[in-house]
Design a binder for this molecule. Structure first.
Ligand code: CA
Length: 225
C-alpha cells in the first residue's frame, strides 16, 4: 500500500513518514500543493494525507482538482485549527476523513488503515483468505494460526493482494503500490517476491494468471462460488 503525505512542516512530515514506513507502507512526500497535485494526478496512491495550509496551492484547491479530474483515492485532511468550517469545506471538497492538529500518530495510522480497507471493500481490520490472516493493525500474517515472517517488501506485496482478493493484479500495478517514488523499480523482481511469499505461506493462495498477473484466492472460496 502506497501513501502520499502532503505537509509543508518538515518535522511533522518526517514524523508521519517514519511512522507510516514502520507500519509497512510505501510513502511519498510533497511539501507544497503544486507537487502534491502532480503526484496525486500521476501516481496511483492507496491513500493521501493532505494538509490544508500549503504553499503554492492550498490543500482544498488540490483536493477539488483531484476530484474534478476523477481521482477517487481516499483523502484524509489535516486541519490546523479546530474549526468546524474547515472540516465541512474539506469533506464537501471530497475528503473522506480528517484529523485536527495536533494529533497522535497512532490515530492517524488507525484512520488511514480504516480508509484503505474500506476503499478496498473490507469492514474488518483482519483480512482473511482461506487459512491466511493479515492483521492490518500490526502488519502480522498467520497461516492456520501459525505466524509467517515476511520482509517489509514481501508484506507490502502480500497486503496489497489481500486487500484486492479475487482480482487479477498485474506486476506493474504491484510495482506501483509497493515501492515509493524514489525506489529503483523493477517489475521483474515481483515474481521473485511472489515465489518467496508462496514458499513462506506454504499454501497455494497466490495464483499466476498467465500474461496478466496474479490473483489471490483460496481454493475453498472458489469451490463455494
Ligand atoms: Ca501547513
Amino acid at each position: 500500500m502506497r501513501i502520499l503525505i502532503v505537509e509543508d512542516d518538515a518535522e511533522l512530515a518526517g514524523q508521519m513518514m517514519a511512522t507510516l514506513k514502520d507500519a509497512g507502507y510505501a510513502v511519498d512526500h510533497a511539501p507544497d500543493g503544486e507537487e502534491a497535485h502532480f503526484l496525486g494526478d500521476t501516481e496511483p496512491y492507496d491513500a493521501v494525507v493532505l494538509d490544508l495550509g500549503l504553499p503554492v496551492m492550498d490543500g482544498l484547491s488540490v483536493l477539488r482538482k483531484w476530484r474534478e479530474d476523477g481521482k477517487t483515492m481516499p483523502v484524509l485532511i489535516l486541519t490546523a485549527r479546530d474549526t468546524w468550517s474547515e472540516k465541512v469545506s474539506g469533506l464537501d471538497a471530497g475528503a473522506d476523513d480528517y484529523v485536527t492538529k495536533p494529533f497522535e500518530l497512532a490515530e492517524l495510522l488507525a484512520r488511514l488503515r480504516a480508509l484503505i480497507r474500506r476503499a478496498a471493500g473490507h469492514a474488518s481490520s483482519e483480512l482473511q483468505c482461506g487459512p491466511a490472516t493479515l492483521d492490518t493493525r500490526n502488519a502480522r500474517v498467520w497461516v492456520s494460526g501459525e505466524p509467517v515472517r515476511l520482509t517489509a517488501l514481501e508484506f507490502k506485496l502480500f497486503s496489497y493482494l489481500m486487500h484486492h482478493q479475487g482480482q487479477v493484479i498485474s506486476r506493474t500495478e504491484l510495482t506501483e503500490h509497493i515501492y515509493d517514488q524514489d525506489f529503483d523499480r523493477d517489475s521483474n523482481t515481483i515474481e521473485v517476491f511472489v515465489n518467496r511469499i508462496r514458499k513462506k505461506l506454504g499454501v497455494e493462495l497466490i495464483h499466476t494468471v498467465r500474461g496478466l498477473g496474479y490473483r489471490l484466492e483460496s481454493e475453498n472460496a472458489k469451490a463455494s462460488d
